[in-house]
Design a protein around this ligand. Structure first.
Ligand code: LLP
Length: 420
């Protein structure tokens, strides 16, 4: 089976396609740049492919909704059989409003507020994934006040270093995330002490952008060891959660596809004698990243010295990843194959020198460009900096636009700021 399903491609005329549709032809007076386009069919197939890797084994694909929270996408993931990993009360509410079953939702997050804990208890979700002994204590107190038994997991910090960007590694000793090894005993003691806590799972998330499963599996093994200990102590565990972090190819080299990670994870679970437990994984980027594209117009080009600049109408406020992490994104002419000889420095209009998308091969007199792999951590991290309204979002299924969420526009920004 081909590893690429849907997403970005080009036709024989060199035009950019997303999910089979020519992006240029989708622009109209109603849909203006900068605009995000998403291939819902590709997302559906991606989730289905991961599900298939689990076969009959009990599992939950808890989509990390922070990657892209557009309802059209969340509903697509749920229709394909996925659940949700939320990291705030807002994300939890969105997941349920999009039709997720409460037992298909986990709540992660290093500092859940009291109201978020109350909401999770009220909705009776799969589990609150506790990230510290102190948090377990707060969950117990809140559960006692509402006379409930809180379903919790330990989100452990497995002390595993990963080969990824420092800002997206979460499972090492100095990270703020998770219950560190030295506190595991105290966490078990807290569960024993409190009649208001029920330990139902052991979870982790080791970091993002893993190109191969090696470090994922090392951290999964640590989760299994803690789960075995929990069972030996008499806890009736329901699941283990190995987290997300499956990488994608941003043009910097291929990544193992998410269903390979899933198959390997299932292998570890079985080898560790825990095949009776539900296996939860929390992919975000790999479900949506390749299925989004940001289309921008070139406002003007400029030549200064030896450098040619292309100033586009999408900026760091629309797509923050390059400015924040130095993250690569392929930027190409919208309507023709890059020729490999027209190098431009592509920048946005925001008054910041980090509003810079790097050097890319465009064509002579470029008009529109496509920024590839912009489905994850793109719109969700966008802002209105420099009075730039959030961009349009367009959803494509089976090659047709099924929904358009227009930019709120400058009037909405003005009205809000005039009220402040
Ligand atoms: N589970 C937890 C608890 C997480 O914190 C994350 C991501 C995920 C799952 C999903 O990871 P994924 O499969 O998407 O790699 N803004 C950054 C990525 C931050 C990831 C934060 N946590 C970026 O643009 O690359």
């Amino acid at each position: 089976m081909s590893e690429q399903i849907g997403g970005f491609s080009r036709n024989t005329d060199g035009e950019s396609l997303l999910g089979g549709s020519a992006l240029k032809s989708l622009l109209s007076p109603q849909i203006t740049t900068p605009a995000y386009f998403y291939d819902l069919s590709g997302i559906f197939k991606r989730v289905s492919q991961i599900k298939a890797a689990f076969g009959d084994a009990p599992h939950l694909i808890a989509y990390a909704i922070k990657a892209n929270s557009a309802a059209s996408i969340v509903k697509t993931v749920i229709e394909a059989g996925g659940g949700v990993d939320a990291v705030s009360g807002g994300e939890l509410q969105l997941a349920l409003a999009c039709g997720a079953q409460s037992r298909d939702v986990v709540l992660s997050g290093v500092a859940k507020r009291d109201d978020e804990i109350r909401l999770a208890l009220e909705k009776d979700i799969q589990a609150l994934q506790a990230e510290s002994v102190e948090e377990l204590q707060r969950i117990a107190q809140i559960a006692e006040l509402t006379s409930q038994v809180a379903r919790v997991s330990f989100r452990i910090n497995p002390s595993v270093e990963i080969d990824s960007h420092a800002h997206i590694a979460t499972g090492h000793d100095k990270a703020k995330f998770g219950i560190s090894r030295r506190d595991w005993n105290a966490a078990f003691a807290k569960i024993k002490q409190s009649p208001f806590l029920q330990l139902v799972g052991i979870s982790t998330h080791v970091g993002s952008m893993l190109k191969t499963p090696a470090s994922y599996l090392r951290s999964a093994k640590v989760v299994c060891e803690v789960a075995q200990h929990a069972q030996a102590e008499g806890h009736q565990l329901e699941y283990v959660d190995f987290g997300g972090g499956f990488g994608i190819d941003y043009g910097d080299g291929p990544a193992d596809p998410p269903h390979h990670f899933a198959a390997e994870a299932l292998g570890i679970l079985k080898t560790e004698g825990l095949g009776h437990l539900k296996l939860v994984v929390e992919p975000g980027r790999s479900i949506v990243g390749p299925y989004g594209a940001l289309v921008a117009q070139v406002i003007q080009t400029k030549v200064s010295g030896a450098r040619r600049w292309a100033m586009i109408d999408a900026g760091m406020n629309d797509l923050l990843r390059p400015a924040l992490y130095g993250a690569p994104h392929r930027i190409e002419p919208l309507s023709q194959q890059p020729q490999g000889e027209e190098s431009f420095r592509v920048v946005g209009p925001v008054c910041e020198s980090t509003d810079d998308f790097g050097d890319h091969d465009l064509c002579e007199d470029p008009d529109y460009v496509v920024i590839r792999d912009a489905g994850a951590y793109a719109f969700t991290m966008a802002s209105e900096y420099n009075a730039r309204p959030l961009p349009d979002e367009v959803f494509i299924r089976d090659g047709k636009i099924v929904h358009h969420s227009p930019s709120p526009g400058i009037d909405s920004w003005l009205a809000a700021r005039l009220k402040a």
